[in-house]
Design a protein around this ligand. Sequence first.
Ligand SMILES: Nc1ncnc2c1ncn2[C@@H]1O[C@@H]2COP(=O)(O)O[C@H]2[C@H]1O
Length: 977
Amino acid sequence: MWLNGLCCGGLCGVGEVLKGGQQHPFDDRQDQEELNPCSDCGTHGTRATPKARPHVVMGCTPSILSSNNQQQQQQQQHPRKDSSSLYGGNLSNAGSGTLVADNNGASGNKFTNNAALNQAQMLGYGQGGKDVIAAGGGGAGPGEKEYPKKDSIVSISGLGHVSVVSNVLRRPTIGSGTSSSSGRYGHRQSSLALTPEEEPLDSYPRLISDLKFPNLLPPNPPIKILIAFCKNDPVFEALATACHRLNFEPTFVKSAETAIEAFQNVATGGHHIIVVDARYPRIIEADVLGRSIRNSKGSQHTTMVAVVKKNLFEKDDTAVISLLDVGFNRCIIESPHVSICSSELRQIQHSLVRPQNVISTQQALYTALYRSREAVIITDDSLRAQYANRASEKVLNMKLDEIVGRSLNDLVTADISNILSHTTRHKDYEGFISTRRKSQETLHIHVRAVPVSCIGRSPTHLVLILEQTSGTTLSALASDALQALPHGKEVARGSLHSIRRGSFDVRSIASDGLRRTSLAKLSQLPLEAPITKVLSLLAQVQENCSSDEAKLLDRVMEFLKREGLYSPQMKEIRTEDPVATDLIGALLTQGPTNILSSRRSSNDSIIRGGGRPSTGSIVFNKTRESSQLSELLNSALSWDFEIFKLEELTEKRPLVCLGLELFRRFDVYNTFCCDEVTFKLWLIEIEKKYHSDNTYHNSTHAADVMQATACYLQQLSNRETKVMDRMDEATALIAAATHDIDHPGRSSAFLCNSDDRLALLYNDICVLESHHAATTFRLTMADDKINIFKHLDRESYKLARSIIVDMILATEMTRHFEHLAKFVSVFGTDVDSKETTHDNDDNQILIRRMLIKCADVSNPTRSLKFCVEWARRIAEEYFTQTDEEKHRNLPIVMPMFDRTTCSISKSQIGFIEYIIHDMMDAWNSFIEMPEIVRYMEHNYSKWKLFEEQGINTLSDIKRKQLTLNSEATGSSSIEEL
Ligand SMILES: Nc1ncnc2c1ncn2[C@@H]1O[C@@H]2COP(=O)(O)O[C@H]2[C@H]1O
């Protein structure tokens, strides 16, 4: 039976009891705002009906239920003196009634805070309410009615009401000491119970201190053990028999993939122990499996054991250490003896599994804290915030990652020595302080500071409970609202004022005709855009100025009325060189026509043969094991990363290798709560979708863009003020990896001209980029095995999706100048970009778009040998397109890109001059990576030189590359340029 199974917390007494295990308590949609009248009695407000939230502490099944009741405003606050543990310090002292029950709905000796105790006490339930609240077990069956009895589990409403949820059959005797053999925790009959032979839960007598600061009891199922062994040898047999003897529930699997699947299985997974055979790394890669399990949701309290060969211990401990580093808790030596295996497992159960199970219950307490309406911040002994709940984000108007890690001195403006003078003497402090909200506005707020000693006797942590009194709340809200209001006469259309002002006169409508009526209505509608306001202000200025000024203003207004304020006027970009004109025109033009190119021709036909070579599966293990590869991946965040060497080592499949390395470095597995195996399978599928026969738009380009993205992210993460959070980093890497997926090696204009199905599907608009974004999600969501988003909650998924889609679409070049202009207008090259706020959704979008754009066309900013190779590859792809256009008699998008006549050097000069130079200048001022500008300038001068030397065609470039490569065998780092 669920604790919160009653309609209004049982006030009406006719509430229907939900059947245990029903969907209701698990359903997030139940988390609605309170104050609904009870549907059964129709009278009692359910304001304080506790919200029941499921908590997964091990595996995937919720096992603990927490509820949090907002205490009645007027109710007297009792001084709270108890504080001796981290839990006790915060939850005990929180003013809201917080009650945590197990998944049988019994609070038992789970957690009850002081506010809940006080509420119960006021209603006369037991001495101090403690016996009542702590009692557990028993209870009515589904549908039975309940009447308050003294010895009952209570549900406490914010209105101060207590309702009965279940009866207590045996009343515990508080303070009567512990039972002879139980000790503190000896009361559960379970393989997980701390002393399994003891009495049932509800008859265990508890100490008062246990009630105030208890360890929540862990969930109570038998021990589930997952055994991943590739063969049934004697070691396996001994282990299996030992499990049987210990009454463990084993699952046997033979590979890493099936192990992950078994562990993640919602119904049967979530094992307490996983034993992995680490003796045969070629069959089961224990380290990869270990990392994947650790990155799986609900694995943080699973004990992982590796079985290793005896000689592993005899040699040196590096192999053992590396297993421990990836998340194994223990390495045991292989043994074919059942008694040895039994004893090992027994010891693991006692020394690792039990403490883990107790610790796992913290999750419920953290959830209670997170849901609390009081702001709770916990600092360490040097007063740095270590924990902050959701309410504190609101109070301080800061994001969690801005609070955590910050010194208390930065969070409050008051002198905190007063607080410390109390807390260092183990005394609570109560009073008012001023908090420093991010908007620099201060907020006076009531604070209770409670010192907590986690180790030893002196305080190791400080718990701060910030309570907004109604006055402070209102003033903060009022000032927030005032700030949001438009000032002076500029009351926005759509605001209350404007709507009233715009309400139309019924009589005038009646006298005018229907058409005029609707026009009148239209003009009154709140449709005014900011630009309309600017225009009307300029029109006002025009009335009082000289005729010359008025003419000038006319021109200004003319420009402002054009669509696409940030789009460059293509016709105005006139390059002197026809090659550059062709290229820039093609890049900036949406749809089938190259707006800059005047030549249209179609003549020689060159047949482009061959389909896509088979993608095959990658031989990942082999390449991973190669020391060359791991050495190469060590430099994964260097701007001089050897991308073409990676392409060679991975047999043209560099994305999986580099992707896994970068995801690991940026902790993407944790951010997405998703294991490495899923990411690996995902990367394999994504890479397969890149066309390896494209010379440029293949998976090496994707890997290169991902690598540039990672370098930029790395650079941004070194900043004092955080620009990107973990989700931003993870999504940026994913967008980079997928941004050109399934690229056909032809431009969007080509697809439009050839009536390709993609052009028809996307109406000639953003054809390729729309296809890349759509393919990414279609592919990922189609198969759970590769669905890297599967563990994100709906909100996080929506956020991740919107960022990824937006970033992929930003790589579309027709909006290049628009993105650049917007970025420069906010983070302009002259102003110190560090001073510009990044913490603004619009600015964040600008940064993300610029980041992926600069990564996408970073090739001219890499060292010369890479820059030349990329230029060769893109030229080859352009030439192939021209070949096909000629062959199929299609309009030629870039007529100058003919393989027999085109100057590649000239195309690069134009590309750098018109597209790359300003963008990289702006990006460098923001990100501070001078090497990109130095490389770009060096490459530019080299292309000029090549051009003078007549190095133009593909074969010229190939010859030049040979000399460059032999020159570069020394080093080509930026320092030597
Ligand atoms: N070195 C280069 N020279 C000419 N065009 C380039 C070069 N690098 C990238 N591009 C173009 O810039 C475009 C950016 O978006 P895409 O990757 O879709 O396609 C790219 C190429 O068409």
